[in-house]
Design a protein around this ligand. Structure first.
Ligand code: TXA
Ligand code: MG
Length: 306
């Protein structure tokens, strides 16, 4: 676990415009001062991330979030119910919001999240400002779920890495946009969408990119979360040369969850794909399309895209 001294040092680095990889309950993030244009630009640069893809802004609590964006009743309800936790809310920016426009890619909305991890919370509080935190991987690659994976992704970059151990959930946060009309599920994630629907009613699918209306989440359109090896989903068994990633009774060289537990599978997903990466191909057993399985399958479909 990370010491208070390390967190203090990391917070000073953030305040000075530096980058810090930090643990959350979902995946490791690459943190920078969200109000500092140059620091935010450095995050895009470090990740090789297209600048049209906005970043999530991390806050220590609901009070801080309400100073940055317009919270309506539904947003307040969801934040009360699920924060701190793996839910990101996309809301209208407040008129005097100090967050860099670069962070939100010029959109008039902001993605806000309050992570449930003691190191993340301590870092945000010590820095005393909102922190952008895209997953700490090179753009398009597997998200890191350990400090070692984050360090490997960032290579020679001069970013401090705070070690908070392996991420408990292992899949990115669920992203929900609240505007006029029904809430929209922009990214299925570690919080089961059904839990959100129980609070605010049915979640709409994002509008197709070309249609008028709210812009879909830019990150949804890209090949993403991908190992270097070609990946095949819904596989009953491996073909010659392929490594098999099993689930439940469909066994393989590694198994996401021998007992068929979706939460365990989510926590293992990125780390196991990393272990099998570099092989001729990776075949992944079928994952049921329910609960967390929806988010796992979302990541696998994007990873399989070529
Ligand atoms: O679990 C997580 O959310 C992790 C940890 C580190 O907190 N962070 C993360 O950030 O996954 P990132 O940047 O890799 O993913 C952000 C997602 C992208 O799909 C992006 O397109 C979407 O949120 N997003 C951010 N701001 C948005 C906005 N204003 N409107 C629509 N989508 C937005
Ligand atoms: Mg990411």
């Amino acid at each position: 676990m990370t010491s208070g001294a390390a967190i203090g040092k990391a917070a000073r680095s953030i305040r000075a415009g530096g980058l810090v990889a930090f643990p959350t309950e979902t995946v490791y993030g690459l943190g920078a001062d969200a109000t500092d244009d140059r620091a935010v630009a450095a995050v895009f640069e470090a990740k090789g991330r297209p600048r049209i893809n906005p970043l999530i802004v991390h806050v220590a609590g609901r009070g801080e979030a309400e100073a940055l964006a317009a919270f309506d009743d539904r947003a307040r309800l969801l934040a009360k119910r699920f924060w701190p936790g793996p839910l990101t809310l996309v809301l209208q920016r407040a008129p005097d919001c100090p967050v860099s426009w670069l962070a939100s890619a010029g959109l008039d909305t902001l993605a806000l999240r309050c992570p449930a991890h003691p190191v993340a919370e301590a870092l945000i509080r010590a820095a005393g400002r909102p922190i952008v935190g895209p997953s700490a991987n090179r753009s398009g690659r597997l998200s890191p779920t350990t400090a070692a994976h984050a360090a490997a992704e960032l290579g020679g970059l001069s970013a401090m890495v705070l070690d908070g151990g392996p991420c408990r959930l292992g899949l990115e946060s669920t992203v929900v946009a609240l505007g006029d009309g029904p809430p929209v599920l922009l990214r299925p994630g570690a919080l089961d969408a059904a839990a959100v629907e129980a609070e605010v009613g049915p979640l709409a699918e994002p509008a197709p990119w070309a249609e008028a209306g709210p812009r879909p989440s830019p990150g949804m359109l890209l090949r993403h979360y991908a190992p270097d090896s070609p990946l095949r989903t819904g596989a009953a068994s491996a073909r010659p040369g392929e490594a098999m990633l099993g689930f439940g009774a469909v066994d393989g060289e590694l198994n996401l969850s021998p007992s068929g537990d979706l939460a365990e599978a989510a926590a293992n997903l990125f780390a196991m794909l990393r272990r099998l990466d570099g092989r001729t191909g990776i075949a992944v057993a079928p994952i049921p399309e329910r609960g967390l399985g929806r988010a796992i399958n979302d990541r696998l479909r994007r990873a399989a895209r070529r």
